[in-house]
Design a protein around this ligand. Sequence first.
Ligand code: GMT
Length: 380
Amino acid sequence: MNIGMVCYPTYGGSGVVATELGMALAHRGWRVHFITYALPSRLDRFRANIAFHEVDIPSYPLMEHQLYTLALAGKIIDVARYEQLDVLHVHYAIPHAVSGYLAKQVLQQQGIPLKLVTTLHGTDITLIGLDPGFHPLVKFSIEESDAVTCVSAYLRDRTMQLFTDRNNIEVIPNFIDPTVYDRSLYDGAAIRRQIAGDAELVLIHISNFRPVKRVTDTIRILAAVREHGIDAHLVLVGDGPDRAEAEQLCRTLDLCSAVRFVGKVLATAELLAAADIALLPSQNESFGLAALEAMSCGVPVVASNVGGIPEVVTHGENGYLAEPGDIERMARYCVELATHRKKWQRFSTAARAVAIERYSTDRIVPLYEELYRQLTGKDM
Ligand code: GMT
């Protein structure tokens, strides 16, 4: 079976999930065609059964703005016809689901069937999708997709509250390869020395530094932990609009020597192997892939009690949850784990167990395979 995979190629959860899904499907024998404007960042080398189709965006003096939605639809039509796509799987509703719908209609007129699967990831429903200009388009494309999946029960419920009466939205959570996200594979102690010297406690935060991630909270949490007399350091992985503000805050709080900005590192597992606690103080989070990656590496998570995070992180068992912005409480939880090493070890073991038992690639990818089979009536 030929699957078209449409996603953002950048450093972000929806693109990561789409790329990991495509790679896992290809590994299991499906043929996967990525259709997007740049090579997805995790598609870093040749892989059997995977093709990449770059969307070129034409420019013409009349058009002041780029026509990505249309260019994408045009590319989908082309790939679907010549590669005989059976399923088009779009990740993130805006604008991918709209382009997918348009392409499907054009193909239908030419007698070419194409099943459209839309996976909703987060801010396409909770933030950008609520813009009055986008809401009717997101609603329409959800209702016109042949199948819709959400990455958490929380996101499915929000989608039904805010967009549609459609009651056959399937929850298929984010997933992880526990053989890659495995602390024991890396020399965590050596990496730790390089990035944090002899620090007593290493905190880590991985995100795209957008306001919804509240990245400056991680620096304030670090400051509060250090006030408890703990020599803590913070590793910030990623980049984005709030980077400058975060750097400024380090200077203001005189914390520059305790904070390492390492940029958009792709191999996050080895950094996680060097860390004690992962921070995810987001304002909202539909699932929290960064939390799952940390848990798989045996890193307990201190996070906000919002969105889909409580479906992944269990308070008091494999991490701690607090209200977004409650910096003091999050810092106290870090201190608790730093000063009770046996508890940290228990949380660490429990975090890895949950990641393996509930969210491993082998468990989740077959759910997507089954969905494609049901839609097409084809086996593979
Ligand atoms: O931030 C987004 O909404 C975009 C999206 C992305 O592309 O980075 O992230 C979302 O999708 C991830 C993968 O499904 C989830 O793990 C993240 O929780 C989710 N982010 C938010 O809901 C803020």
